[in-house]
Design a protein around this ligand. Sequence first.
Ligand code: ZN
Length: 207
Amino acid sequence: MTLPTPLAAVLDALLPPSCLACGRPAPQDQFCLACAESVEGAPPSAVACWTFGGAVADAVRACKFRPEASLADALGRCWATRLASGSCPALPPVDGVAFVPAHWRRRLARGFDLPAVLAQAVARSAGVPVVDALSTRRLDAPLSFGADKALRAVAVAGRFRLRRAVEGRRLLLIDDVRTTGATLGEAARVLRDAGAEVHEAALAVVP
Ligand SMILES: [Zn+2]
């Protein structure tokens, strides 16, 4: 059941904050101490919040398989907080935040799009608008986290279509998990071909 937003907000305020991964009590928008032990920051070379694994992987999977936007919001706020405090690599200066979109059918089934929710949190933190610039042409079967680079590159070619003009924009392009970079790279290519300067970023990178 999806609660109307004001009621959900009231319940959120009444319930003690819980861990992003396991749901046990934890500070607002953070992992509990036990989960935090398995959370690793991203390597400095990647514009990302964390390395994918442990409690971070649990939180991302929970977002994808449980149709509940509040956890996705909390993950986005956590990323934005870490950005603001300098505990993950700084973002390049941009004038908008774009995101890698899910197919509308998948978005409808889930009720929200994780990269879109993350983009909203990061954009708020950076003081720039979200630019809903891409749509997905095909509903592809999701690739397993183990699929190799060549397979991914073939699978994502031609997947995205431009929805609005982005010429001259400096955009941060956000995805939830960067595996080989093929999906982010293909989405970035479409925006660059349309004349945007694009910086890619992910909530988590697969090591
Ligand atoms: Zn936990």
